[in-house]
Design a protein around this ligand. Sequence first.
Ligand code: ATP
Ligand code: FE2
Length: 329
Amino acid sequence: LICIGLEGTAEKTGVGVITSNGEVLFNKTVIYTPKIQGIHPREAADHHAETFIKLLNEVSGVIPLDKIDLVSFSQGPGLGPSLRVTATTGRALALSLKKPIIGVNHCVSHVEIGKLKTDALDPLTLYVSGGNTQVLAYTGKKYRVIGETLDIAIGNCLDQFARYCNLSHPGGVFVEQYAKEGKKFLKLPYTVKGMDISFSGLLTASMKKYDSNEKIEDVCYSLQETAFSMLTEITERALSHTNKPEIMLVGGVAANDRLKEMLEIMCNEQNVDFYVPEKQFCGDNGAMIAWLGILQYINGKRMDILDTKTIPHFRTDMVDVNWVVKSTE
Ligand code: ATP
Ligand code: FE2
């Protein structure tokens, strides 16, 4: 079985093709970079509309489209306009190829592709990106959100701070570069509430430190140390609640060396394995959408075109897991 996956929940357009053996035949993601300010939902949607066509043309150069057996698309969570373009592209493709269609949950896709591309079997997953910050675990036959941000996502916090300091997009990359040169630790708000965290106070305080002429290197260093300690703390607590044997880090912020280092230290102390998938499968990508489509389809899930409406607030635990998940429970 060959499945094509369309990812377009936010500002990245991704198309991936994967076989039921887990072999990735195509996987390409194109980022929409706004010229000024943040992402405008309508402009991100326009970017998807243009880019899906380009990427589908590229796919047809690698795999004839009539070889595709199944169309999968990201049904949510995400920005309404982006999701609508993605679903429309999926429907048009499925109808023209006369193939079945399936809409999948973006967050669960991150976990399943991570498991496919690493040796993780039953990980506690820390998913950190521009739009999401969640600790996920499979318990009681569902993927559950064990902890999450109460306001903005960690990637968004780094990006907003970077934009405030006139650094380029994606901000997380530039904050990391400056942080490596930072020496002085500045005290910033550390907000952990049980299993949940909050970044908005940290963001505002970091901006104030920058305004008060602290060195940008020191502010970036302190921002990272504080935010990543918060993430490590809730991940460690989730581990003791769930007793999972391993931790997996996914999402665009997983590219950060310091975050990986902190989690690695914690995993060593807790004696659990630590996994990070290779970069193309960490950030948003089409292959992960295709892979979850395959898992659901081969285990009997079917969708009518009328079921393919977008779900902007698609919660991770709304997904009925109909495929086999190895669990240590
Ligand atoms: P989602 O739709 O899942 O929320 P996304 O659209 O934010 O994802 P990703 O590629 O998963 O896309 O993540 C992008 C985020 O990762 C941005 O906020 C970016 O600043 C951040 N990022 C990328 N590289 C690094 C890095 N080295 N350190 C910290 N953050 C990084
Ligand atoms: Fe994502």
